[in-house]
Design a protein. Structure first.
Length: 166
């Protein structure tokens, strides 16, 4: 696969770059197929010299630009390179990350707390249901006992009491 990428040239602490087309497996400072331009970072002014026709030719041949080259060419006014630019993900700072972790921990704690409350409520409801059933059972027993007691009283009234003779 062909890549349009920057190749660093220049002296120590004075960077300059070539815009080249190379096979993606070749080393950065290795062989290239064609030089497409220069990019010089000066102290006062940056200069970018491009062969736009050749760049478009290599794009038509299937070459893909690196992220940096795509951004450079997009700022130069070549709108064909917008599709090659991937959006950078913004990494939160350590303080923001810590705040997000604390917030997540609080939310998790609240969920656990509400889950515990729901379980307690369910247990309490079950306890109330069992108490009601027990009460109903007691009430039914007492009703039966009352009926039995009433029957016994009726029988006692019907039977005359024998006086004990001594």
């Amino acid at each position: 696969m062909l890549k349009i990428r920057l190749q660093r040239v220049g002296r120590k602490k004075i960077p300059a770059f070539r815009l080249v087309v190379a096979e993606h497996t070749m080393p950065v400072k290795g062989r290239f197929l064609e030089k497409l331009g220069n990019f010089v970072l000066g102290r006062k002014k940056e200069t970018l010299v491009l062969k736009k026709e050749r760049i478009l030719h290599w794009l038509a041949m299937g070459a893909k630009p690196s992220q940096t080259v795509a951004r450079l060419l997009n700022t130069e006014g070549l709108k064909e390179f917008e599709k090659f630019i991937e959006q950078r993900k913004q990494v939160p700072s350590k303080a923001e990350q810590k705040a997000l972790e604390e917030q997540a921990a609080k939310e998790k704690e609240e969920k656990e707390k509400t889950a515990a409350e729901v379980k307690d409520q369910e247990v309490e409801n079950k306890d109330q249901e069992t108490e009601k059933k027990d009460q109903e059972a007691e009430d039914s027993k007492t009703k039966e006992e009352k009926k039995i007691d009433q029957e016994v009283e009726k029988k006692e009234e019907a039977v005359p009491e024998k006086k004990e003779e001594n």
